[in-house]
Design a binder for this molecule. Sequence first.
Ligand code: TUI
Length: 312
Amino acid sequence: MYADICKLFGIKYPIIQGAMAWISEAGLVAAVSNAGGMGVLATGHLDGEGCRREIKRLKSMTDKPYAVNVMLLSEHVDDIVNVICEEKVPVVTTGAGSPGKYMAKFKEAGTRVIPVVSSVALAKIMEREGVDAVIAEGTESGGHVGKTTTMALVPQVVDAVKIPVIAAGGIADGRGIAAAVMLGASGVQIGTRFLVAEECSVHPNYKAKIIKAKDIDTVTTGMSTGHPVRILRNKMTRKYEALEKNNASAEELEELGRGALRKAVVDGDTDNGSVMSGQIAGLVKKEQTCAEIIEEMYGEYRELMAKKAEFI
Ligand code: TUI
C-alpha cells in the first residue's frame, strides 16, 4: 500500500525521471533533482569510465538525491556496477533484466535498489532479493517494454509485494499521477514528458517529433527477437516491419537497430533513427523547464486529490 517514497529517498516530490540512454545525462538529471524530483542518469550508452565521468559531472551540478540506471543488457554492466559502488551512488534503478547477481555488492555500498519490473512474478522475485522498491512499468512506456498495461500491472504488483511500488508507463500529467496513486502506487516514473525539457539535450528534431506525435503514433519493433522496443513510427520502423514480415534473421534486425537510437538523439535523424517514446507523447505539447514540468504536474495532482470527494 501507499508508502512515503519522498521520506525514503529524501526527495520533495514522488516523481522519478525515467532513464533514457544517450538522453538522461548529467544536465537533465541534475535539473530534475534540483527541481525536487529524482533524476536518473542513464548508462546504457556508456562504458565504466564514461559512467564515472557522468557521475562526477552530476555530483558537481546537484547536492540533491539522484539515481543511476543500470541497463542489464549492456556489455559494460560489470564495470558500470563497480563504478556505481565506488562512487557511493545513493540509488540505482535497473532495466531490461534482473539485478539479482549484483544485489550483495549494492547492499555493501549502501546503494538502494529499485528494479523495473513488467510482471508480478518478477516483482515477487525482486522483493525476495531484498530490493527497496519496484517500478511497475506498463507497456505504454517508451523503449524496451513488457506486455501488460500500467492499469492492469500496477494494482496486481501492489497486491503481490509489501515494498513500495512506483508506477510507470503512460503518465505525463497530474491526472496520471492521481490514477497511479489510486491504483496503490507510492510514486511515478516519467520519461516521455522529460524528453522535451529545456535542460534535455536530445536533438531538437527529436523534441519536435514528440511534440507532434499523436496517441496512435508509436509501434513496437523487435517482438520477434524477444526485445520489444516502443518507438515513434517512421521510415526505420517501416523498414523493420517489412523485414520482420519477411522472417528476417535476428542478426539482420539487430543490424538495422544498431546505432539507431544515437542517430535520432545525437544526429537528429528522426527518419532513419530510433525515436523511442511512450504512448503518452500525444499529451506532451511544449518545451518547459524541469521545474515547470514537475510543479505543473504536482499542482494538477494536488488539485485533483483535494476534489476527490466530489467524484463519489
Ligand atoms: O529498460 C527499459 N527500457 C529501455 S532499456 C533501453 S536500451 C535498449 N536499446 C535497444 C534495445 C533494447 C534496449 C531502452 N529502453 N525499461 C525497463 C524494463 N525492464 N522494462 C521491462 C524490463 C524488464 C524486462 C525483463 C525487466 C526485467 C526483465 O527480466 C527478464 C529476466 O527474467 O531476466
